[in-house]
Ligand binder design. Structure first.
Ligand SMILES: [Zn+2]
Length: 255
């Protein structure tokens, strides 16, 4: 039986049978795959760390029945343990994994998204950047990577300049000018500051995201348009985002 070596991140881990786990692995070169980790819930299992959500490592697998893989061993590189000590950062990271579970296709490599996800988890775990900024950057860049980059250079409908009161149309896939905004009754008004921030995130390397400063009203506008756009494109409402926002809100009240 031939062994397969792959760089992977655990997106989800569920109990299976008496002592096994089935993990959803985001593999750098295989996309989303289901992996059976036999006996991994036994107290002395050497796979105990490899099956934890957020574990990043070099996984050694072999092909099982159908589309299932069997975990043979794993060289663990990162567990992002610190995320578990901060509810705000943990809820943000959980939402990011939730988005990955939705957009990564079975058995289809997406190296750009893999790299983006690992970069964002590193920032959440080890940087002092506000988690809401990291999540916003992940959402914007993820949309680009999966082919849904919002159109922001000109009006998405007439290609005209973006002057005066502009809006974002989730249905049309981008920013609409002051004349076209009435053609989509569901479009949301946005400020030029929000448009500039959106463009900046689209065009800036994720590792340079620490340079960005986003005020509260811009963040609220970005949150509204991205939530709407993602729900529309992925046809799904993410409860993990609602939970994350509740955590962010509660922490703000405590300050
Ligand atoms: Zn227009």
């Amino acid at each position: 039986m031939s062994l397969i070596k792959t760089h992977g991140l655990v997106l989800k881990s569920i109990d299976y049978g008496e002592a096994d786990k089935i993990i959803t692995l985001f593999s750098n070169n295989l996309g989303k795959i289901q992996v059976l980790a036999k006996g991994s819930r036994r107290p002395k299992s050497r796979l105990m760390t490899a099956i934890q959500t957020f574990c990043l490592g070099e996984y050694v697998l072999f092909k099982g029945k159908g589309s299932l893989y069997i975990l043979s061993q794993c060289d663990v590189q990162q567990t992002f343990y610190n995320l578990r000590t901060n509810l705000e950062r943990l809820s943000a990271a959980s939402y990011i994994l939730n988005l990955c579970r939705e957009v990564v296709q079975e058995q289809e490599a997406n190296t750009l998204l893999f790299t983006l996800t690992v970069s964002c988890l590193n920032l959440l775990c080890y940087s002092h950047i506000q988690p809401s900024i990291i999540v916003t950057a992940f959402e914007v860049k993820m949309l680009g990577v999966i082919g849904y980059r919002p159109h922001t250079v000109s009006c998405v409908l007439c290609s005209g300049d973006l002057k005066g009161q502009i809006a974002f149309s989730a249905g049309l896939g981008g920013v609409v000018c002051s004349s076209c905004r009435f053609k989509d009754p569901h479009s949301l008004k946005i400020s030029h500051g929000t448009l500039n921030t959106l463009r900046y995130i689209q065009d800036t390397d994720i590792k340079k995201i620490s340079r960005i400063k986003i005020n509260e009203s811009t963040m609220n506008e970005l949150d509204r348009i991205l939530t709407l756009f993602i729900a529309r494109r992925l046809e799904k409402i993410f409860k993990s985002k609602d939970f994350m926002k509740t955590v962010f809100g509660d922490l703000k009240k405590e300050v």
